[in-house]
Design a protein around this ligand. Structure first.
Ligand SMILES: Cc1cc2nc3c(=O)[nH]c(=O)nc-3n(C[C@H](O)[C@H](O)[C@H](O)COP(=O)(O)O)c2cc1C
Length: 205
């Protein structure tokens, strides 16, 4: 069982990384493998070319495709971002837009969560924006005892945010529970998810 944690901050080992690390450590303590991927620099945005519809991956061949190639090996995901002007970083949004547009079918049914780090404000808006990707992808959104946010400007300040770090550990515990429940369901023969072919209406026809 493996969870991929994606750090969308340009600061590789900053606050977002520290928060993700707290969740990763808690997962590892429960025997769940983790991988932290840093995507905080030079992430081009979606060009809306539609090439992924034919390729099953993005026409821009970078870390998005490296994740798509390994999607079957990941059982859960946690996407992390610093808060920039009350929203997620441009890097994580570019990454998520391209990943979800190209490979949402492979992410359906898997547990997922967002983590945001801010000095002071805007965490809720950034958190809500991140969750928009998950909630139209048939994913299982994992929550915690509070919204998944930590507060600080440096990793040291994050380490002083006792409630924020506990929120990360609780998130990991909830993810562990759902991962094990999904596995138990498979063993018990629960019918896998099957969906109707998608209907697209652009509201006028
Ligand atoms: C361009 C920019 C915009 C920011 N906007 C906000 C903000 O809206 N609210 C806030 O509390 N902190 C803001 N910050 C501070 C970061 O969100 C905060 O320091 C965060 O914990 C950094 O995480 P990191 O070390 O993983 O990059 C901003 C920082 C930068 C560089």
């Amino acid at each position: 069982m493996k969870v991929l944690l994606i750090n969308g901050s340009p600061r590789q080992h900053g606050c977002t990384y520290t928060a993700l690390g707290e969740a990763a450590d808690a997962l590892e303590r429960n025997g769940i493998e983790t991988e932290i991927l840093w995507v905080g620099r030079d992430v081009p945005g979606c060009t809306a070319c539609g090439g992924c519809r034919k390729l099953g991956k993005c026409v821009i061949d970078d870390d998005v495709n490296r994740v798509i190639e390994k999607l079957d090996t990941y059982d859960g995901f946690i996407f992390g971002t610093p808060v920039y002007y009350g929203g997620p970083s441009g890097q994580i949004l570019s990454f998520m837009n391209r990943l979800f547009y190209a490979a949402s079918a492979k992410m359906a049914g898997k547990p997922v969560s967002a983590v945001v780090s801010c000095r002071r404000g805007g965490a809720s808006a950034a958190y809500q924006q991140m969750n928009m990707h998950f909630m139209m992808t048939n994913m299982v959104v994992i929550t915690s005892q509070y919204w998944n946010q930590v507060h600080g400007n440096t990793p040291d300040e994050i380490r002083q945010d006792a409630e924020g770090l506990q929120t990360m550990r609780t998130l990991a515990e909830n993810m562990r529970f759902i991962l094990h429940s999904i596995e138990a369901g498979k063993q018990a023969g629960v019918k896998p998810l099957t969906y109707e072919p998608k209907t697209f209406t652009n509201f006028i026809r």
